[in-house]
Design a protein around this ligand. Structure first.
Ligand code: FAD
Length: 494
């Protein structure tokens, strides 16, 4: 793709040079915070590789230098210098993003937040947690668990992704149905603006109605208007009782009636309702997950759903889930083929592992073209079928260029993860899929990015979900914060 438009927003760009590296080494407290091919202490290019490649191995940058500041003040000094010198920067969290936002396009300076990893405070009465942006999501869960709280978001990448990256991408994940989006749970942010100014919006108040809510602009901004260094977030009490069940459905058309019955019967204790089609399930098993059913019981299954309850009293929740299962099983339309209700914490974990492991199973199977879209739940299977038919029509499947077209996702949120698994990233596959997939999404008045963001992958497709006036205002906001265009160029906006 041609990124000249993105670069045109910057009046003059400077690549990092030896004097810059010398300066960074002086302003950062530890010599290990500077990794650069331009530094005399540079040992091996493999030190830079992980920062230049994204999780899928799809996007590769050419950064010569990575900085790993330890404090907000260090981030501020770096950005002040980059602002004056007009050096492009890419903020990087856990580098688990799926739209290529966290790696450079050319030789931008990478600022990794991984050394900003302290919990600043936790209030065990209100559940309000204040943490450095580089704290890994799972480590925050472990920090608050002994106090009886959980993080309001959970995702398959929890062992690597950082809370700052989660906020920067407005990550959704597996608990959104119950606890809502980060736009509601994030109470405050500390952000270093492109010119190095520290914007302190790190409120720990649930209510603050004092004019424009600036922090909301940074939630989902993907590192294009500032670097998040601190996050204040409201965490909910851990449920006292949890259950999960995986149901095998003979037909996709049964998903909606099962979802309706589930909401009616489980109401306030329903915490997740996830969907995966037959091929996705088979891939999870192929790549190491334990089968919850004997194969012969699910021979005719077209898809599966996983539902979870989280509540305050085991007997109450068990009764609700049993009533639901009895209702579904006795339905004259044979809504399900079979189901497995977890009987132990380890079985609970292994049922979740099938769903959580899908992203990883897909990446083991081949090179994935990932479309994380919002469309009406009733059209999930139709959308997957339409894209598969397109691949067949273009001969991509018969010629072995595309191995599978699968769908899984968060039914409760109307979010489908459409994955086209190819043998390699290839122009013919890309051109078959785009803009076709975005046109299909637009025909349903859906969103081209339900939760992964725009990154570098979808800048050219933003028009399918945001009209010209919305895009103009997005550009004005970007220019307001970053008039020199140094922050994450080529991401979100062209
Ligand atoms: P990175 O990948 O490092 O960065 C992502 C973007 O945020 C980049 O544009 C980067 O520049 C910017 N950024 C990072 N840190 C900061 C910061 N401190 N300040 C400013 N900008 C910053 N996503 C979901 O929404 N839901 C899911 O269920 C989900 N499941 C996943 C499962 C797997 C196995 C994987 C690999 C990914 C999954 N993702 C999911 C995508 C990804 O994990 C999320 O987008 C996550 O929030 C990214 O966090 P990160 O720290 O890795 O950020």
């Amino acid at each position: 793709r041609d990124f000249s438009r993105a670069w045109a927003h910057t009046s003059s760009v400077h690549s990092v040079n030896e004097q810059d590296v010398e300066h960074f080494t002086k302003i950062l407290s530890s010599p290990s915070s500077v990794i650069s091919t331009l530094s005399p202490s540079f040992s091996s290019s493999s030190d830079l590789e992980n920062f230049n490649a994204d999780w899928m191995g799809k996007y590769k940058g050419h950064a010569t230098t990575v900085l790993k500041p330890r404090t907000t003040e260090e981030v501020s000094k770096i950005l002040k210098y980059c602002w004056e010198r007009q050096i492009h920067v890419v903020p990087q969290g856990g580098n688990t993003g799926l739209v290529g936002g966290s790696v450079p396009i050319q030789d931008e300076l990478v600022i990794s937040l991984s050394n900003l990893s302290k919990v600043r405070s936790f209030d065990p009465v209100s559940g309000i947690l204040v943490a450095d942006a580089g704290c890994v999501l799972e480590s925050l869960s472990e920090h608050i668990a002994p106090h009886g709280f959980i993080m309001p978001l959970d995702l398959g990448a929890k062992g690597s992704c950082q809370i700052g990256g989660n906020v920067a991408t407005n990550a959704g994940g597996l608990r959104l149905l119950r606890y809502g989006s980060l736009h509601g749970t994030v109470l405050g942010l500390e952000v270093v603006l492109p010119d190095g100014t520290v914007l302190d919006q790190l409120s720990t108040m649930r209510k603050d109605n004092t004019g424009y809510d600036l922090k909301q602009l940074f939630i989902g901004s993907e590192g294009t208007i500032g670097i998040i260094t601190g996050v204040s977030i409201l965490t909910p009490p851990a449920p006292k009782s949890t259950n999960n069940v995986v149901l095998a459905l003979p037909s996709f058309s049964n998903v909606i009636p099962v979802f309706k019955a589930t909401r009616q019967h489980l109401s306030e204790v329903l915490s997740a309702f996830e969907y995966f089609d037959r091929t996705a399930y088979d891939l999870a098993l192929k790549h190491g997950h334990a089968a919850p059913f004997p194969a012969e019981e699910v021979e005719g299954a077209e898809c599966y759903v996983l539902l979870e309850t989280s509540g305050g009293k085991k007997e109450h929740d068990d009764e609700k889930i049993n009533t639901l299962l009895e209702t579904i099983l006795s339905d004259e339309d044979s809504l399900i083929l079979t189901g497995t209700l977890s009987q132990s914490p380890s079985q609970f974990a292994s049922l979740w592992a099938i769903r959580e492991g899908l992203t990883e199973a897909v990446s083991k199977e081949g090179k994935a073209y990932k479309y994380d879209i919002s469309v009406p739940v009733s059209s999930f299977a139709e959308v997957v079928g339409t894209v598969r038919a397109r691949c067949e029509e273009k001969g991509l499947i018969s010629r072995g260029l595309v191995k599978h077209v699968i769908g899984y996702g968060h039914v409760g949120d109307g979010n489908l993860h459409l994955n086209v698994i190819a043998t390699e990233y290839n122009d013919e596959v890309a051109q078959t899929l785009e803009p076709f997939v975005y046109e299909v999404v637009a025909s349903h008045r859906g969103s081209i990015s339900a939760e992964h963001g725009i990154g570098v992958m979808k800048t050219h497709a933003l028009k399918y979900s945001k009209d010209a006036i919305s895009r103009q205002w997005m550009r004005k906001i970007k220019d307001l914060f970053d008039s020199k265009g140094i922050m994450n160029p080529g991401k979100v906006l062209e």
